[in-house]
Write a protein that binds this ligand. Sequence first.
Ligand code: SF4
Length: 350
Amino acid sequence: MKQEKELFAQVANALVIWYHANKRIMPWRAEPTPYHVWISEIMLQQTRIEAVIPYYDRFLRAFPDVQTLAETDEDRLLKYWEGLGYYSRARNLKKAAGQIIRDHGGRLPQTAAELKKLPGIGDYTAGAIASIAYGKPEPAVDGNVLRVLSRVAACPDDIMLPATRKAMTEQLRAIYPAGQDASDLTQGIMELGETVCLPNAVPRCEICPLQGCCRAHSRGVAMDFPVKSPKKARKIERKSVFLLLCDGRYALHRRDSSGLLANLWEFPNIPGHATMQEIESYLRECGLHPLAVTPCGKAKHIFTHVEWHMTGYLVTCEQPGGDFVWKTAEEILTQYAIPTAFRAFTSLIK
Ligand code: SF4
């Protein structure tokens, strides 16, 4: 990537001014303490702002500071995270809170280098906390920032390559302001990427504060940027999911302690779209005697790299059994963290 420091300095000035006049009201912006910025940035990873807002308020009422977060029971924490997905984020929050208490006297460290030593905090989140909460001249570069800068500079480099991200981060760091301007620039560039220089849609150049210096706009080729190598197709996994019901209680199974959705609760399931014969043989292996097996719908859930295509069955059983816990719908809905992937089936038991 060629040297763009002068252009980026112009972008920074324009965005700080624009952000003052255009920032949206967000709960985490009312009082941007390091703890609030940290929690909001972790929640906002891979999750839309509208979806995060109710979770953020509820989460802060339950865990108002690092201490309560460090001391909470993991199951309780996961229940508060239920529906947000990517549960390792919640587990890392708890681990990091413990480390902050032990090593930093309960205060989040101020530098990006120290922040990155905490579980779940990478370059982007460290930059966001350091600049927004502490006013450090530290950029926070995510997909939004890469898109905006790549359009402004009409940069032909592939933004999926770590080398491109590194080059943009370094050039941005060289011109980054400190104090309140650092906070406003980090939030301003995110805000512009979310509301004006849109992903997957025509950018709203007519209202953009960078219109005067944006090369992609002046050449009429904004949609050609950023240059991005195509993602690999997601793997498809088929599953048969069972709502095993006995005396008003449903069976739940705890997932393995590592891998996707580690340690969370799920409805029993087997790989593949099973035939009736395969279902009967599975139930027998679990030591269950089915009274009736009824199809109860199909569902699909998309993770980053994999899609689950699920077929559900309601199975009434003579007696509880198998390697399961049996709970009422009320208990499941209030006490167990069931991943959103099973939402279609959780709705059925309501
Ligand atoms: Fe994006 Fe258009 Fe603004 Fe350029 S002028 S940064 S393409 S919205």
